[in-house]
Design a protein around this ligand. Structure first.
Ligand code: MG
Length: 381
């Protein structure tokens, strides 16, 4: 790999929490990626909601296909900017590992349940998964990933949590930046969901092409496609529009960021971290258009009565599960009950955290199954 001097590489890595022999035929960051792919949390992403509930249709994105799309976009950007593609891929594949079932509604519900016990934040939970909750290796808990992959997973963090995280949390207290690889995955995430949610929203019939044409980003590309291919089937027009939109945004991001890094005269990774603001950015035009599209999706799709209706059922389910497990921990599976004896899970707050870990790890359908197990049994008594 021909890397820029400010890219992350094995030589400037801050390493793993527990030192290990370097891999023989892979980079350190390929090893991170491979550990993520082999984790149980990664496989569960297949049955977790992105926006549309998992069983609503086979063509909608799940958290797994979303994560793969983020990784694809992130790798393209990383390679074009001569940044560490393996690291960006690892961060992208891990970025949603801590997500609850039922998308953002699930996360908000669990956060609400945990209000008195430090709250629940899916970003922090992703870190908890790779640092602690995965149990696969003889020598260490979690996946023992490199500092740089963990840094990229932790996108945001409160000052209180940052203090508890030591070296990894320090940048939120100092207000410094993460690596360029981490910065670009953050935007690749946004690019992926903005575009695939348009696709899924149209497929579900919850948003219309007419309304979308009021947004500059969709409107311009859509009109150009129609002009060039007047007889093209509507579904292909949408796909062609979306592919041009992604192309435009990604190209803009690569070019603007390249210029930004050059103008700031960044010489190395320390220069990236200590720079006063992110260096991976869109041009002003594209940033505004991206914001407009995001706002459109928030108002017309995420807040659509049909999406909200499904999600309010999910919120009730998460609350009911949380109450059932904290009300009587004997409702937890045996391996979780055993953990209650560990100092980390002592007291009411510790117990609540254990329950949050259990619920966050569930897929949509497993959460429904647990709900049915607990509540149909209760009705029999
Ligand atoms: Mg995401």
């Amino acid at each position: 790999m021909n890397l820029a001097p400010y890219a992350v590489c094995a030589a400037n890595s801050r390493g793993r929490r527990l030192a290990e022999q370097p891999p023989a035929y892979r980079s350190e960051f390929q090893r991170d990626r491979d550990r993520i792919i082999h984790s149980a949390a990664f496989r569960r992403l297949e049955y977790k909601t992105q926006v549309f509930i998992n069983h609503e249709g086979d063509l909608f994105r799940t958290r797994l296909t979303h994560s793969i799309e983020v990784a694809q976009i992130a790798r393209s950007i990383a390679r074009a900017l001569k940044l560490n593609e393996d690291l960006s891929e690892a961060i992208a594949l891990a970025h949603d590992l801590g997500h609850t079932p039922f998308g953002h509604s699930g996360q908000e519900a669990l956060n609400e349940c945990m209000r008195e016990h430090g709250g629940f934040e899916h970003n922090l939970q992703s870190l908890r998964v790779v640092d602690l909750l995965e149990e696969r290796y003889a020598e260490f808990p979690g996946l023992n990933l490199t500092f740089e992959t963990r840094e990229g997973i932790l996108k945001h963090c409160s000052a209180k949590n940052a203090r508890a995280l030591g070296e990894l949390g320090q940048r939120f207290l100092d207000r410094t930046q993460p690596s360029l690889e981490a910065q670009l995955v953050n935007l690749a995430d946004e690019i992926a969901y903005n575009h695939h949610d348009v696709d899924d929203g149209l497929r579900a019939g919850l948003i219309t092409i007419e309304a979308l044409c009021d947004t500059a980003l969709f409107g311009a590309e859509y009109q150009a496609v129609i002009r060039q291919y007047p007889a093209l089937a509507p579904r292909r027009v949408v796909y062609e529009t979306l592919r041009r939109m992604i192309g435009r945004v990604v190209t803009d991001l690569i070019e603007t960021s390249g210029q930004q890094v050059a103008a700031a005269e960044i010489a190395d990774i320390d220069g990236v971290r200590s720079y006063r603001e992110p260096l991976i950015i869109y041009s002003d035009d594209v940033r505004e258009q991206t914001l407009e599209l995001k706002q459109f999706l928030r108002q017309r799709l995420y807040a659509h009565p049909q999406v909200r209706g499904k999600m309010s059922e999910a919120v009730k389910l998460i609350h009911a599960l949380y109450d059932a497990f904290t009300g009587d921990t004997r409702n937890l599976p045996p391996q979780y009950q055993e953990k209650l004896a560990q100092p980390a899970y002592e007291g009411r707050a510790g117990q609540a955290r254990l329950v949050a870990d259990y619920i966050a790890g569930m897929t949509d359908r497993f959460a429904v199954r647990e709900y049915n197990r607990l509540f149909s049994a209760a009705e029999l008594v």
